[in-house]
Structures are given as C-alpha cells and as structure tokens.
Design a protein around this ligand. Structure first.
Ligand SMILES: *Cc1c(COP(=O)(O)O)cnc(C)c1O
Length: 339
C-alpha cells in the first residue's frame, strides 16, 4: 500500500533550528492545522510533544480534541462557537465571532495589521475590549498575521510598525479594563527566518517545521530538511513493445519498449494530476509514464516500490504552486510511518 514516511530526525532537526533562533522551546507553537499540512495530525503532534513542544495550533475543535492530551496550550484558528468550551484557546477573527463566544472562553484577538483578510480592525479594538469585559471572556492573547513576510519587499517592515502600535494600544486597554497582560504573537515561519530574532511571546511556525522555506533566496537558506516522503508500492509489472502505449489516452510510451510497472497511488490520494506529457521522474529518477489516474501511476522499470517525492517544493514548482499545496492535499487515509 502507498504510504507516507515521516522522518523523526529531520523533524527534530527543524524544530531544533527554530527553537534555537527563538531561544527556547516554549516560544515555538507548532502549526498542525489541516492534518499537519498533510503530514498526519496525530503522528506529527506525537513527535512535537516528544521533542518538548507544549504549544500547538490547529484549525478546528475536531483537530484540537485529537491531540489535547499532548499539549498544555492549543489554539484554534477557525473555531465554531457552537462547539466552544474553555478547554481550548480560540482565535477571534471578527467582532461578530466575539459576540458569539461563550462566557469564560479564552480568546486571542486577531488584529488586521494590513493583510485585510480577516481580523479585527484597529479602530474596533476598543469596542472589542468592552465586549470582552461585558461577556466575561478571558483575553489570553493578541495576535496578527503578516501578508508579505515571504515576499522580496519591505512590506513586512511597515506591517511590523503597525503591529507595534497594536501592542501599545492593547496594553493601554488592558490596563484600563484591568485584564492580565495578554500573550502577543505574530511571526509565521517566513517572518522568524527572515528576521532571525523575534521578541514576541511565541512564534507560530508551520511550513518550516516540515522542512521548507517558501521565500526568496535573497533572505538566505536555512538548511531545513523535508520531513515527508511519499512512497507507492507495485501492483504489477509488464513488458511492453515499442509502439505500445500506456494509460488513459495512450499518452505514455517507452521509446524502445521494456518494463513498466503500475503503482498504487493516484490523484485520488491527493497527488496532483500529471498529464504525462513531460519528463517527470520519481525520487529515484525513474520516468513516470503516461497520465496519472485516480488510483494508479505507471513508472518505467520494475522496482518493488518507488518514492513519488521526497521534496514537495520541486514537485510544487513543476505544478506551478507552492509546497504547502502539494503537502496539504495528501489524503488522510494514506498510512503514516515514522522512521
Ligand atoms: C497557517 C498559519 C501560520 C503558519 O504559517 P507558516 O507559513 O506555515 O509558518 C501562522 N499563523 C497563522 C494565523 C496561520 O493561519
């Protein structure tokens, strides 16, 4: 059966690199949303916890429930207020969501510092504090998300200025309402790697923990190591003659004939669909022959198993997308093995 192999060594290497930059393990919150970017939520959470990480960030309550015994702190990015309890910390993306939070909920106000995707506007901050007090909520954190940390531009720097203003304003309001000082957090992987140092309470890193930097090489390279390898196993080998064509539409062909094998993975497992028209190869360098089908892929040769990819970024480049996209689509039903 096709499976995903996770390298404990590489994951720990990446976590070590990031926690060294941050100065401590407590300052790193690992982002495990969307099935840990396709790596497998529970498998990745177990590794992070084994390494000594105590903070995790997930998408929803279902994900939080699955890993709750492993972390002291779990922050839900897109909470459904109908499921909200005081067990997990909740990101508040709009005043509307704030009005639905149940009494006693631990909340993190997400403030729009220029991305204009979601988050509370700076002008709404005062209103938000009033609502928090009236509704008996616990303000545990104030956060933002930068839109251009990974771009070759200076945008990150004006957004960081705005973030500083947000922090100042929040501290004044905290004092006015008699709240405890909240945790401040803003950096994602690109922000942390690009800046090198970071002074807020913790960073929220996803892609870098999985071994990828997705930004311009002008910001340096960081020796991160990809954690995930995708393997497929052989179903059958056949010998085709010159001129015999393989797969849907008969696109695939071996120029002089020879051995071709079918493996048990396809776009139904989350692999991007390759149209079979170029020179795409497996990790070992065997040519993929013809179109990728829903559950099958044909490859030259007769190996018992092939590595479909061990570097999502290279495959992403071929498909004109980013590593996040290639990884997150991998089906949750693929088996995960930690080595
Ligand atoms: C996904 C996400 C992150 C992690 O981003 P990476 O680029 O993967 O490090 C951080 N913060 C928020 C709010 C996110 O949604």
């Amino acid at each position: 059966m096709a499976y995903i192999e996770l390298s404990r060594k590489n994951y720990f290497h990446n976590l070590q690199l990031l926690t060294t930059k941050l100065g401590s393990k407590e300052k790193l919150a690992v982002v495990l949303k969307d099935n840990a970017y396709g790596h497998g939520l529970v498998e990745t959470a177990l590794l992070a916890s084994e390494f000594g990480i105590s903070k995790a960030i997930v998408k929803n309550h279902k994900e939080a429930e699955e890993i709750k015994i492993l972390f002291d702190f779990i922050l839900i990015l897109a909470p459904d207020m109908q499921e909200a309890t005081s067990e997990f910390s909740l990101v508040i993306n709009a005043l509307m969501t704030l009005s639905k939070a149940p009494k006693g909920a631990k909340i993190h106000l997400k403030i729009d510092s220029g991305m204009h995707r979601n988050g509370i506007m700076i002008e709404e901050l005062e209103k938000a504090f009033i609502m928090i007090e009236e509704k008996g909520l616990i303000l545990e954190g104030v956060m933002t998300h930068f839109r251009s940390a990974d771009e070759l531009s200076t945008e990150l720097f004006w957004q960081m200025q705005v973030w500083k203003e947000i922090q100042k304003k929040s501290l004044l309001l905290v004092e006015k309402h008699g709240f405890k000082r909240p945790l401040f957090h803003a950096a994602n992987s690109a922000t942390l790697l690009r800046l090198g140092t970071y002074h807020d309470d913790f960073a929220r890193c996803g892609i870098a923990t999985y071994g990828y930097e997705e930004f311009h090489t002008a910001f340096g390279t960081f020796n991160l190591k990809p954690v995930l390898k995708l393997w497929a196993e052989k179903i059958v080998t056949r010998v085709v003659k010159e001129g015999e064509r393989i797969g849907y539409g008969g696109i695939g062909e071996l120029s002089c004939g020879g051995e071709v094998s079918t493996y048990d993975i396809g776009y139904g497992d989350g692999l991007f669909r390759y149209r079979g028209e170029d020179d795409l190869k497996t990790g070992e360098g065997y040519k993929i022959i013809g179109r990728v089908s829903m559950d099958n892929i044909s490859v030259e040769g007769a190996c018992e198993k092939v590595s479909i990819f061990s570097d999502a970024k290279a495959l992403a480049h071929y498909h004109d997308t980013i590593s996040y996209d290639v990884l997150v689509k991998l089906s949750s039903s693929l088996k995960r093995r930690v080595i």
